[in-house]
Design a protein around this ligand. Structure first.
Ligand SMILES: *Cc1c(COP(=O)(O)O)cnc(C)c1O
Length: 479
């Protein structure tokens, strides 16, 4: 079923055959790359995955090890795009997407206090979600120009994703974006990152309510299929396939930098984890042939994934607020993709497990599957006290300041200090935790400079479905 597709090196090469995407739940007829991207979530409620995974051989790994981030992204994405975008144009879209990053290496490695950090926060909103969402915005624009049409994105955010999505599509003619955040309940920096974007196609909405209210409003809107179709509504959330694909690139890039192309050299990664997208991208890179040794799932007190790796039971718990808020998640939306591969790509088996989860709040895997899980991942849950202590000790030893999410990754892998820690956000985004740890703030990166002095635009609404509809109707009618 999963016949390997071998990358062919050389100019003008093309992947053999067109890549198709199917749903983890089996209810979507195979679609191409463009359609998979525009669909986001599968129409059957499942997650889209490629029908086959390209395999990268040793010659390829060696040849790729000294490519730039952009050139490497082009090589990795070409077979997944499967001819849906001419290669030369894909190259331009990739270059344009990463031109917004302030570091020439895009995702550089950095040594501090005896550890190696893979810095993923040099994009316009200073967190790793920019790596995928800058490109996703440009791909949306390309497909909408090519095929005609309009896309109106509606989403709810508790912090990082909203600003990254806004920066991904700001100023794009065929796209509008409406982002709901709970008024007064996101950090001041996060709020300003969204509301200081004044492009006409960006619509910030502060909802008088909680994040759950915002999410509920968006879900209700999407369930109204008539409204959804009439306004060409789409979502930008953590389950779009492009999010995963774009994130595999930095695992290959980091491996190339560290190994110099020596395919006998394995590299381990520790990944601060919430929705399981980032660490799943690492798992995918390994499955494609990248020599990865350990993949460490690093969670905060919201430890559903760490418990799953320990005992094979995925059981929903209560959500705790922690110093690493982007990981305050109980049900990890990308977990279903991993489950699909764990269950031998059998959509019927996935649906059965999800039915268990729905009915009882938990699902279990059998002992053989648990052994596979434990071969695939290590995992650890880290407390706020440990997070603060890590920020403090790294700073005292080296002067380097970790964001709290990154600190969780460092603690979770401290028994194996050669493990590369994914640095998922710039510390200045989370200065409250930084101040608590070291008594000072991290200086802002270029992306955050002057943020508090810029003009803002935002509409305030009650937590009401009718108010939201009226607002969207009016905004789109005015265009
Ligand atoms: C989103 C986010 C994470 C979690 O990533 P997932 O792909 O959801 O596991 C970790 N750290 C930061 C700073 C984030 O914004």
């Amino acid at each position: 079923m999963c016949a390997p597709l071998v990358f062919e090196l050389g100019a003008g090469r093309s992947a053999r055959g067109v890549m198709h995407y199917i749903s983890t739940r089996g209810g979507v007829a195979p679609v191409g790359f463009a359609e998979a991207l525009m669909m986001g979530l599968g129409t059957d409620g499942g997650l889209l995955v490629p029908e086959r995974l390209p395999q990268v051989d040793a010659d390829c790994l060696r040849a790729w090890s000294d490519l730039s981030f952009q050139a490497l992204a082009l090589e990795i994405m070409t077979p997944f795009v499967g001819g849906d975008i001419p290669r030369s144009h894909l190259a331009r879209l990739i270059d344009r997407s990463y031109a917004s990053f302030s570091h020439p290496a895009v995702t550089p490695l950095r040594e501090a206090a005896g550890r190696t950090y893979l810095e993923l926060f040099h994009g316009p909103t200073a967190a790793f979600k920019d790596v995928a969402l800058q490109l996703l915005g440009n791909l949306f624009e390309y497909f909408l120009e090519r095929d005609g049409g309009q896309l109106n994105i509606v989403g709810a955010t508790s912090g990082d994703t909203g600003s990254a999505a806004i920066y991904g599509v700001r100023g794009k003619p065929r796209i509008n974006i409406f982002i709901l955040h709970p008024k007064g309940r996101v950090s001041p920096v996060q709020e300003r990152q969204m509301t200081t974007v004044l492009d006409a196609n960006v619509h910030n909405i502060a909802v008088r309510g909680t994040f759950d209210d915002c999410q509920h409003l968006v879900k209700t809107l999407f369930r109204d299929l008539d409204f959804k179709a009439r306004h060409s509504l789409g979502a930008v959330n953590s389950i779009n396939w492009l999010r995963i694909l774009a994130q595999t690139v930095y695992y290959f890039y980091a491996w190339g930098q560290i190994s110099g192309g020596d395919t006998a050299r394995q590299v381990s990664f520790a990944v601060p984890t919430g929705n399981f997208g980032d660490v799943f991208a690492g798992w995918l890179a390994r499955r494609m042939g990248l020599p990865i040794d350990r993949l460490v799932i690093a969670t905060n007190r919201n430890d559903i994934l760490a418990r799953f790796v320990a005992d094979g039971r995925y059981a929903k718990g209560e959500v705790f607020h922690t110093l690493s808020p982007a990981m305050d998640i109980q049900v990890a939306s990308n977990f279903e993709r991993y489950l699909y591969y764990l269950l031998d790509q059998d959509p019927g088996a996935v649906c059965a497990k999800l039915a268990d989860l729905e009915a009882t709040g938990q699902l279990d895997v059998d002992p053989a599957q648990l052994r596979q899980v434990q071969a695939d991942f290590a995992a650890a849950a880290v407390s706020d006290a440990q997070t603060l202590a890590q920020i403090r000790s790294t700073y005292e030893t080296s002067g380097y300041i970790l964001c709290p999410h990154t600190a969780v990754g460092a603690v979770a892998s401290r028994d194996a200090p050669e493990t590369v820690v994914l640095a998922t956000a710039h510390p200045a985004k989370f200065n409250e935790a930084v101040r608590e740890a070291i008594g000072r703030e991290a200086p802002p990166p270029p992306a955050l400079e002057g943020l508090m002095d810029k003009p803002v635009r935002c509409t305030e609404l009650g937590a009401s479905d009718a108010e939201l509809r009226a607002h969207i109707d009016a905004a789109l009618a005015a265009i």
